[in-house]
Design a protein around this ligand. Structure first.
Ligand code: GCO
Ligand code: MG
Length: 408
């Protein structure tokens, strides 16, 4: 069996999805996602210029050897661009393998450990009252877990994860007006004064059952993060995400010394070497890697297995930029992983997205149910894809009030 062709598509409804289609001499094809948010053309070029020419003619069933060939063969290892490109190939090869076996992908990992996977929604409010309405909306929809992000009184701009309008408006983050980022202003003191009390009030309003998550989005210094974690301990958060920039791993020790709040980190990681020490030293509780950004199923499954040895559960990244293919790969891992924790899931089932990526995965009462179709269970309509093309976009950047550049 041989790979005869591979094509890359960039574009989508309101997103720049990077979709890889690998075609074989036996008519079976596989799909993978290389969408690196706001840098989408780079994994696409890596695939087109270097990886695809080396894929043609290979046996698609040897997904492990192909992964090693690209990873070791690059010589300059890791990095989000390369890992997203390898990830797309790997995802597509697992799709092919499961289609050949005529099984849903999770069967190849060891079958299902659960029927439905717990997901969390994003609630957002420009002030606490709006946020409480937004949380109530998701609770009424049946969600058992909600991430809560709130505008901070006196903060010159709205802050991370706070939508511009409406209680269900998803803050898509990317601004498609071009590659020059908008600027936001951050003030740690105002955040520290407001947010712990707001979380406390949310807990009082919604009672003990609701799983409440909060994303600090890398904004605090280690000592501040320890103080914050201590201050919210009584709120009984499901997790506190990215309290400090995830590249300083020793910062987590200080937080751990002062608080038992569960910590989730890893959405910016792209390799097991970014998280092995955090996992082995048991400094985190949830690992947030995404299958796309971290080298595909082959590599992320290794991370999940390492995490399981250290009581670290999964909480895969599921921001709106992730393609339905990445979400499907994660849905299959979620169905299998003995150490599954939760899945971030931002509903993207617009008619346009469904037409581009037909799929049978379902979301009912805040639980995601994986499709039993062979493979990843997501298709890709090339005719639909023809209407979309790449649109340059960017994340905001963040500054302190005096102009100092801060972490987005
Ligand atoms: C999350 C993330 C995202 C990121 C985004 C960057 O928890 O979902 O923090 O909102 O900011 O994925 O591209
Ligand atoms: Mg996050």
């Amino acid at each position: 069996m041989k790979i005869t062709d591979a094509k890359v598509f960039v574009g989508g409804p309101g997103k720049n999805y990077v979709t890889l289609k690998i075609v074989t001499d036996q008519g079976v094809y596989g799909l993978g996602d290389a969408t690196l948010n706001n840098r989408e053309t780079l994994p696409a070029a890596y695939l087109q210029d270097y990886l695809i020419p080396n894929l043609i003619g290979r046996d698609p069933r040897n997904s492990e050897d192909i992964w090693q060939f690209f990873y070791r063969g690059a010589y300059f290892r890791r990095g989000p661009i390369a890992m997203a490109a390898f990830g797309a190939i790997d995802m597509a090869l697992w799709d092919i393998k499961a289609k050949l076996a005529d099984m849903p992908l999770y069967q190849l990992f060891g079958g299902k450990s659960r029927d439905g996977a717990l997901v969390y929604a994003h609630a957002t409010g420009s002030d606490l009252e709006d946020l409480i309405d937004s949380i109530a909306f998701y609770v009424e929809q049946g969600y058992k877990a909600v991430r809560v992000q709130c505008g901070i009184p006196g903060m010159p701009t709205k802050g991370y994860g706070v939508a511009d309008k409406g209680l269900t408006d998803t803050p898509f983050i990317t601004d498609f007006s071009g590659v020059h980022p908008k600027e936001e202003i951050w003030d740690t003191d105002r955040y520290m004064r407001f947010m712990p009390a707001a979380l406390s009030e949310i807990r009082d309003r919604f009672g003990p059952e609701l799983k409440i998550l909060h994303d600090v989005h890398h904004r605090l210094l280690p000592r501040e993060a320890a103080e914050f974690a201590k201050a919210v301990e009584h709120v009984n958060l499901f997790w506190l995400e990215d309290p400090t920039p995830a590249d300083d791993q020793s910062a987590l020790k200080l937080i751990r010394q002062h608080s038992t709040v569960p910590i989730a980190i890893g959405e910016v990681f792209n390799s097991i070497w970014d998280c092995n020490q955090l996992i082995e030293n048991e400094l985190i509780d949830f690992i947030r890697v995404a299958v796309t950004y971290a080298g595909g199923i082959t590599h992320v499954k290794r991370i999940v297995d390492l995490a399981a040895l250290h009581h670290v559960r999964t909480g895969f990244h599921g921001a709106p930029s992730h393609s339905p293919l990445c979400m499907a790969a994660q849905a299959h891992l979620n169905a299998w992983a003995p150490n599954f924790g939760i899945q971030e899931y931002l509903v993207l089932d617009t008619p346009e997205c469904d037409a581009l990526f037909p799929a049978k995965h379902t979301l009912i009462n805040g639980m995601m149910y994986v499709s039993d179709e062979p493979g990843l269970g997501v298709d890709f309509d090339e005719n639909e894809a023809a209407q979309y093309s790449y649109k340059p976009g960017s994340h905001p950047i963040v500054r302190l009030e005096d102009g100092t550049l801060w972490n987005y």
